[in-house]
Design a protein around this ligand. Structure first.
Ligand SMILES: C[S@@+](CC[C@H](N)C(=O)[O-])C[C@H]1O[C@@H](n2cnc3c(N)ncnc32)[C@H](O)[C@@H]1O
Length: 204
């Protein structure tokens, strides 16, 4: 199941990559990135990770706003990453690597902040992803989770996967999932329509 699921996701985003920055959802996603920045609080010399970075638009925006920021974008789709690398005007501060959010190719406590924008809905093992986020965050580090939310309150583990292979989590479900991985919810903020930012902090 896992291999097929991931292969389908990879193929979906590989096919989408060349038009991703030019079609309507991307306009929406960029507006979300802009709103997200209003809530981002980073110190000067930070090292950040963007999980499911797609074409790298969010990292580019962060690198422009924070001139000393270093960032890594990770994504499942090589085609998305190719576009991110081609439009990377912040080398060597920003780099892009291929990988699966459920098994991050990084050591412990590498990042001061982790971002995740409209990607969490695609994960088969959300708890595993959150454990990986907690592992790579420094103590006190922040996790900025941005995704469509749901009003339905089922057990997080039993949240059904739609036929399109996506799942939405309510604010409460996010809190439960985060706390099971050592990530405490700091706040929730609606960014645009049903897209909710949840800010988590890793304990010291
Ligand atoms: C809708 S795009 C969002 C891209 C970008 N974060 C943005 O805000 O524009 C979702 C991204 O998540 C990536 N993705 C999905 N499942 C993933 C996984 N298990 N590990 C890493 N990336 C994944 C996809 O390849 C795709 O690039």
């Amino acid at each position: 199941m896992t291999d097929n699921f991931l292969a389908n996701k990879k193929s979906l985003f590989n096919n989408w990559a060349s038009s991703y920055d030019w079609i309507f959802p991307s306009v929406f996603y960029r507006a979300i990135h802009q709103r997200l920045l209003e809530y981002v609080d980073l110190s000067d010399q930070v090292n950040v990770l963007d999980l499911g970075c797609g074409t790298g638009r969010l990292l580019a925006r962060l690198a422009t706003k924070f001139p000393h920021l270093r960032g890594t974008g990770l994504d499942l789709s090589p085609n998305m990453l190719r576009i991110a690398r081609l439009s990377n005007h912040h080398q060597p501060r920003l780099i892009y690597v291929e990988g699966n959010a459920e098994s991050l190719p990084f050591g412990e406590a590498q990042f001061d902040a982790v971002f995740n924008s409209i990607s969490f809905l695609h994960y088969l093992e959300p708890q595993q992803v959150l454990s990986e986020v907690a592992r790579v965050l420094t103590p006190g580090g922040r996790f900025y989770l941005v995704d469509f939310t749901s009003k339905q309150e089922t057990e997080p583990k039993k949240t059904p996967i739609s036929p399109l292979g996506v799942r939405f989590y309510s604010p409460k479900q996010r809190e439960i999932l985060g706390s099971a991985s050592g990530l405490m919810c700091v706040s929730h903020h609606y960014l645009l329509g049903p897209v909710l930012l949840t800010i988590f902090a890793k304990g010291h």
